[in-house]
Design a protein around this ligand. Structure first.
Ligand code: GLC
Length: 736
């Protein structure tokens, strides 16, 4: 602790001394983050480096170019200030792990820390020292393409997993040669983009902003995240990139964040497009005043900040504060002793260790959704022929998912290839894609696929979304299976051969119409390089699936947004069956179905709820207990239950704890996740699982925008899904 305080003071002194030496032009140069592809690294770009007009570059991954540009910045400019070198290392660099939404399905912070660690080490090999991850936007609308990059719909789970990613990227010591700076994004509320359309407006009530969208960013800051990226989105009429409430009041005053704030790509210049400013000059003024230190890609700071200072609209002190935030990050990263750059230059190879971590992550990310008559796991000695069908069975690129700039499909192992290796000569494999891609509607190859299915003992049917159908700007108004996949499933199902459906996707899909057509279903997300080995191991029971949904699966798109931590309403739905619209008698009385919050044409409940996932074991929960039926504010207490594996295989269960505040100064969600544990049980084993809570864990931002725990009655649940009904009650009293 002593040394770290000393180091902090040492850095502050260095920053202050360097700022004193800098001209205004050099200061503004540090606030400029420019894209630097190979063709942009021109002579004029190098001239700007020498003039000290560039503080960072992004999207340059040729280590020789990076070293050349760093050399110029550090030896040919007047002050020798090194560059930040940024890249979107979102779920792997060379080795590609499951998309973040898939990694979230592992509910495994330790594993996620390791995937980020591997990614950091691989990125460093290209000279990268800053990644634009973790993405911490709470995503409750799966039409939004960026749900793929998120850690799901829940603030508590996103907080725990996002903090783990920060630790993985940054390591114990940011100045270590194998550490890179993380960047929590997109601050804030981006996941609430209206209609699930990217970059769209967000309208978020203050308490929902504080209770739902902000906690993961606070957790990232508590984990030491080095930087924050502002969102493209307009929050209640003031875009996040010019939002003083977010960037000053919350980030700097409430949370005392001392890291660096970077805009998103062009989000400063886009303030004019939003209609907040009249020109780039005003955009620069609004962003700088609000608290954006570094401008990514656009150049309003480079073009207008000096004038704004000379005209007294932005003070030199304010610019010095912005520059200090950038320099502090560079000192913390140890960039000034450029020697560590050399240590970073080693082979771009992907080690077998990194592929082992990728397989582990893929194994734990897969969620078993249905398993009728325990058709899974399969036994290859009992199967003479397996038909592999579907457009996602052998797609080494598509299985990687979105945001894989530097990933290598040649390193992918697909399910078809892995199956061939797994069954070798024991079982005959036949293959028919049926569709040329997941988005194809050309059914010309259906007949061949049907023929292959008819001759097989079982069909493994791989469907889902191509990688391009999720990710930034790739939103879908209809989240059913794209192309003619539903029809393919229908025709394969009609052969009568048992069907195991494996869905590879960047988002929850509306799958109600296919569930009854198949004998088992797994969601594998976009699993990354090791999709094949992981999925095949799970299908044949080398491991039991353990994944749990980090996001709700709707039945149909029309239910969206749908999420478990909703408020109760004054008329919660009571109907658990849908109505046959055609069967409604003419003249049926207006209130004949009961006036509650349900749909006439669809079950109001999700298809698969948050926290859900099956196992090859059978887990049973009993005897929930609270250590005290009445606790005083500030007290700690324990909630426990018994967990039994009634099955005949050893497996891992993700035990979840949910709470509810029955009456508050604001209406509170019907359930909120407040704890989870991964437990591995042998067959017939029973364990007691305990969670220690404090009344602070039940705090929320009330109408006064203050974090409070209010006395009153509470429910608490423990179970293997957000629909658990194993419940206990307790009371929080104002005083002991
Ligand atoms: C993109 C994304 C952001 C990313 C940045 C740099 O538009 O919104 O998440 O980090 O630009 O690529």
């Amino acid at each position: 602790m002593e040394s770290s305080i000393r180091d902090m003071h040492d850095i502050e002194n260095k920053v202050a001394r360097l700022v004193e030496k800098m001209t205004l032009e050099e200061k503004i140069g540090q606030l400029c983050l420019l894209n630097c592809s190979e063709k942009q690294a021109t002579a004029s770009f190098r001239e700007r480096l020498i003039a000290g007009q560039i503080g960072g570059i992004l999207n340059q991954v040729n280590i020789d170019t990076v070293e050349e540009l760093q050399r110029i910045a550090m030896s040919e400019s007047r002050l020798g200030i090194p560059l930040l070198v940024g890249r979107d290392v979102i779920h792997g660099f060379k080795t590609i792990f499951p998309i973040p939404l898939g990694q979230a399905a592992t509910w495994n912070p330790d594993l996620i820390e390791r995937t980020a660690r591997v990614a950091a080490i691989e990125a460093i090999r290209a000279g990268i020292n800053w990644t634009y991850a973790p993405m911490l936007d709470i995503a409750r609308d799966p039409r939004w393409g960026r749900v793929a990059e998120s850690l799901g719909e829940d603030p508590y789970l996103t907080s725990k997993l996002g903090a783990a990613m920060v630790r993985g990227f940054q390591g114990e010591d940011l100045s270590h040669p194998l550490s890179i700076a993380a960047c929590a994004k997109h601050f804030a509320g981006y996941g609430a983009s209206e209609s699930g359309r990217d970059y769209n407006s967000t309208n978020i009530p203050p308490n929902e902003l504080r209770n739902v969208h902000l906690p993961p960013f606070k957790a990232a800051i508590e984990a030491g995240v080095a930087s924050i990226m502002t969102s493209f989105s307009d929050l209640d009429g003031i875009p996040a990139t010019a939002n003083e409430f977010l960037l000053r009041r919350v980030l700097r005053e409430d949370w005392e964040f001392d890291g660096m704030v970077v805009s998103d790509w062009g989000s400063v210049s886009q303030l004019q497009v939003h209609g907040l400013t009249v020109d780039d000059r005003e955009s620069a003024l609004r962003a700088a005043t609000a608290g954006v230190d570094m401008e990514m890609a656009s150049e309003t700071y480079a073009d207008h900040l000096a004038t704004l200072v000379s005209e007294g609209e932005v003070s030199v002190d304010h610019v010095n504060e912005m520059v200090a935030n950038v320099l502090r990050l560079k000192y913390r990263l140890g960039l000034f002793n450029g020697s560590n750059l050399k240590k970073r230059k080693f082979l771009n190879a992907v080690s077998s260790d990194s592929l082992a971590v990728a397989k582990e992550a893929a194994l734990e990310s897969v969620v078993l959704l249905t398993n009728n008559n325990k058709i899974l796991p399969m036994n290859k000695r009992k199967l003479s022929s397996i038909a592999v069908i579907g457009p996602m069975a052998d797609e080494s690129y598509e299985q990687l998912g979105t945001w894989i700039f530097d990933g290598d499909p040649d390193r992918s192992q697909t399910p078809l290839a892995s199956l061939s290796r797994y069954v070798k000569d024991v079982t005959t494999i036949t293959h028919a894609a049926g569709l040329s891609s997941a988005r194809s509607s050309d059914t010309a190859e259906f007949a061949q696929a049907v023929e292959v299915a008819e001759k097989a003992d079982i069909v493994l049917l791989f469907v889902g979304e191509d990688a391009i159908l999720s990710g930034e700007a790739h939103c879908r108004a209809d989240i059913s299976l794209p192309g003619a996949q539903e029809q393919l499933i229908e025709e394969i199902s009609a052969t009568g051969t048992p069907v195991v459906l494996i869905v590879m996707t960047g988002r929850p899909l509306a799958l109600e119409c296919v569930v009854s057509k198949v004998d088992a279903m797994l969601c594998a997300w976009h699993p990354g390089n090791m999709a094949g080995p992981a999925i095949i191991d799970l299908l044949f029971g080398e491991q039991s699936p353990s994944g749990k949904l980090p996001v709700t699966f709707p039945r149909v798109t029309g239910q969206v947004p749908i999420y478990y931590a909703h408020r109760n309403t004054g008329r919660p739905p009571t109907r658990d069956s849908i109505i046959d619209l055609e069967g409604i008698e003419s003249g049926a009385p207006q209130h004949s179905f009961g006036d509650t919050s349900f749909y006439l044409d669809t079950d109001y409940r999700p298809l698969f709820p948050f926290g859900y996932g099956l196992s090859y074991a059978q887990f049973r929960y009993d005897n929930i207990e609270v250590s005290a039926s009445r606790v005083a504010l500030g007290d700690r207490f324990t909630v426990s239950a018994q967990l039994t594996n009634d099955g005949d295989v050893e497996a891992t269960e993700i035990v979840q704890l949910y709470v509810r505040d029955l009456a508050g100064s604001l209406t509170r969600p019907v359930k909120e996740l407040r704890g989870f544990q991964r437990l591995r049980l042998k067959p017939k084993q029973t364990v007691t699982v305990s969670f220690e809570l404090s009344t602070d864990d039940l705090a929320f931002y009330g109408p006064a925008q203050k974090l409070v725990t209010e006395p009153g009655q509470f429910h608490v649940w423990i179970g293997g899904s957000s629909t658990t009904d194993l419940r206990a009650e307790f009371e929080i009293s104002a005083s002991s």
